[in-house]
Write a protein that binds this ligand. Structure first.
Ligand SMILES: Nc1ncnc2c1ncn2[C@@H]1O[C@H](COP(=O)(O)OP(=O)(O)OP(=O)(O)O)[C@@H](O)[C@H]1O
Length: 454
């Protein structure tokens, strides 16, 4: 049974709620100290809190202090604040401090029950979200549940235990290195080194010695024999990021290493055998580059025994919200903040934005929003994003009213569905229709992907 904490010093109201809210297991507290004690003991998910608590029942100071304390101890608690019927100022202050909702006295049990019921629904939804974001952790740190990311993770999972040389294709910031690390962590080499090198970030004349190492005296400044990244990865995995940026002369040496699994340090004559798994990544079109002869065709076939396409963030549906939530948790810890989540307009803006910089862009926007935000909920403005009223204007080319209406309706359904985090009841509620109507609209507009998730 869901547990509700009622914080109110009025015994009459306590009694009224005890009888009126029989769907819940109710615990009571009369003041701030006992509220905190009950919170620690029973961990209720929802709390109703009268702002006028002793020793200062005529003012809201104790109630607001209790609210702050509850939320700092258990930030996901949904607190419904009860205020006097003229006390709008404190009601709004409570929301600013992170209360879930407010309710103005006198108490009408049915109305209050509806608010409490909604709060518990939200708790369920959040728990479900947390559960889902954990489910997808089959490849460890890869957060996401969208079909496109699941397809990529599934491929990664299948090849993790093999020695197949894998090519990860995806835009910058999509998580190619995260995938490479996950593959390594799920392989039989996981207790050995994972060495990453970005071929684009090292000057051309240094890349060879970085990769292959060098013998003492091989060139001016080579004071002692030094191992390269390939040797450092011995027994483990070498991740060659931005392989498309590798200079052509070095590609020949790379091919030999991949085919024969031997290397020679720069300035050395000794052949060194290496046992390494290789994972490569690029945002470039290697096939086209090999047609244009800027990338060796034989090397392309060698590195792409298996290709995994890492989808851009804009094609991962709701994953942007899951990722955002998980980054908020870590930035809260890192910057000692207690941001609780996002306003609806922030969620909508994140779902609409095209994220050209992918997850790295999301991280940057969230980091500055967490640092700068003064309220518990990050808004679209904090993120430097804005919500466009018509994000599908390109589709609205038709002047046929029926078509325009149909497009607008399907867009609204999809948007509500994403905002409601794929919960059908909440989607229907947002759209102001019943669940059966929602289902028939989904059928009518053939929004089949929504149905398969429900
Ligand atoms: N699915 C994911 N779940 C959690 N964090 C992720 C995920 N994908 C990427 N990240 C994070 O996003 C950031 C960018 O990821 P990463 O460096 O792997 O991208 P990349 O595609 O290799 O980028 P580039 O091509 O620019 O090197 C990293 O901080 C990474 O931890």
């Amino acid at each position: 049974m869901s547990r509700l904490l009622v914080v109110d010093d009025d015994k009459g109201i306590q009694k009224q709620l005890k009888w009126g809210l029989s769907d819940y297991e109710i615990v009571f507290a009369d003041d701030r100290a006992s509220a905190i004690a009950q919170l620690r003991r029973y961990e209720p998910e929802v709390v109703t809190l009268d702002l006028g608590l002793p020793p200062d029942p005529a003012n809201a100071s104790e109630g607001l202090a209790a609210l702050t304390e509850i939320l700092s101890l258990a930030p996901s608690t949904k607190v419904i604040v009860l205020t006097g019927n003229t006390d709008k100022e404190h009601a709004l202050k409570s929301i600013e401090l992170g209360a879930y909702d407010f309710y103005q006295k006198p108490v009408d049990v049915d109305t209050l029950n509806t608010i409490i019921h909604r709060a518990f629904n939200l708790v369920d939804l959040e728990n479900e979200n947390r559960r889902l974001s954990k489910v997808s952790a089959s490849m460890g740190s890869i957060i996401g549940n969208s079909p496109s990311i699941l397809a990529a993770t599934k491929r990664a999972e299948k090849i993790a235990k093999t020695e197949i040389t894998t090519l990860l294709l995806g835009e910058s910031g999509t998580g190619k290195e995260v995938f490479a690390r996950s593959i390594h962590n799920h392989s039989d080499r996981s207790d050995k080194a994972f060495i990453a090198i970005n071929c684009a970030s090292i000057p051309e004349n240094l890349l060879e010695s970085e990769l292959f190492g060098y013998e003492k005296g091989a060139f001016t400044g080579a004071a002692k024999t030094t191992k390269g990244k390939i040797e450092m990865a011995q027994g483990g995995t070498l991740f060659l990021d931005e392989i498309g940026d590798m200079p052509l002369p070095l590609q020949a040496k790379m091919l030999r290493f991949l085919q024969e699994r031997v290397i020679e340090r720069v300035g050395g004559r000794e052949e060194i055998s290496v046992d390494i798994r290789v994972i490569c990544a690029t945002h470039r079109n290697l096939q086209q580059m090999s047609t244009e002869q800027t990338f060796r065709e034989d090397l392309f076939y060698r590195v792409s025994e298996l290709i995994i396409n890492i989808p851009p963030l804009r094609e991962r549906e709701n994953d942007v919200l899951l990722l955002a939530k998980s980054f908020i948790d870590s930035y809260n810890e890192q910057y000692n903040k207690s941001i609780k989540g996002f306003s609806d307009d922030a969620k909508q803006a994140m779902l609409q934005h095209k994220w050209p910089g992918n997850i790295r862009e999301l991280q940057n926007k969230l980091k500055s929003a967490v640092v700068m935000a003064d309220t518990p909920f990050i808004t679209a403005e904090d993120l430097g994003l804005f919500v466009s009223g018509d994000n599908n204007s390109s589709e609205l080319k038709s002047l046929n009213l029926r078509e325009v209406r149909e497009i607008a309706e399907s867009n609204a359904i999809r948007q509500a569905y994403n905002l409601a985090e794929q919960n059908m009841s909440k989607t229907a509620e947002m759209l102001g229709v019943t669940r059966p109507t929602l289902y028939s609209l989904i059928e009518k507009y053939q929004l089949t992907d929504l149905k398969t998730n429900s």
